[in-house]
Ligand binder design. Structure first.
Ligand code: ZN
Length: 73
């Protein structure tokens, strides 16, 4: 008897068939069932650096600027 393993050979499930479980607060795209996620203070993000970075959106500056200090010249 033949066993159809096609659905196991594809790796990730077809997005058309996967159920949308949540939306990523970083990139805004759908998060499908079975996907890995990051959770930051209850906010769900794809388990990807880009999504985490987009959500946190850190400012880049010197430590003196961050502390409100004038950099010594
Ligand atoms: Zn995302």
């Amino acid at each position: 008897m033949a066993v159809n393993l096609d659905r196991f050979a594809q790796g990730l499930p077809d997005p058309q068939d996967a159920e949308v479980m949540a939306y990523c607060e970083g990139c805004g795209r759908e998060i499908y069932e079975g996907e890995d996620v990051y959770v930051v203070d209850g906010v769900i993000l794809h388990a990807e650096w880009d999504c985490l970075y987009q959500y946190i959106d850190p400012e880049f500056m010197t430590v003196e600027e961050a502390l409100g200090l004038e950099a010594k010249k």
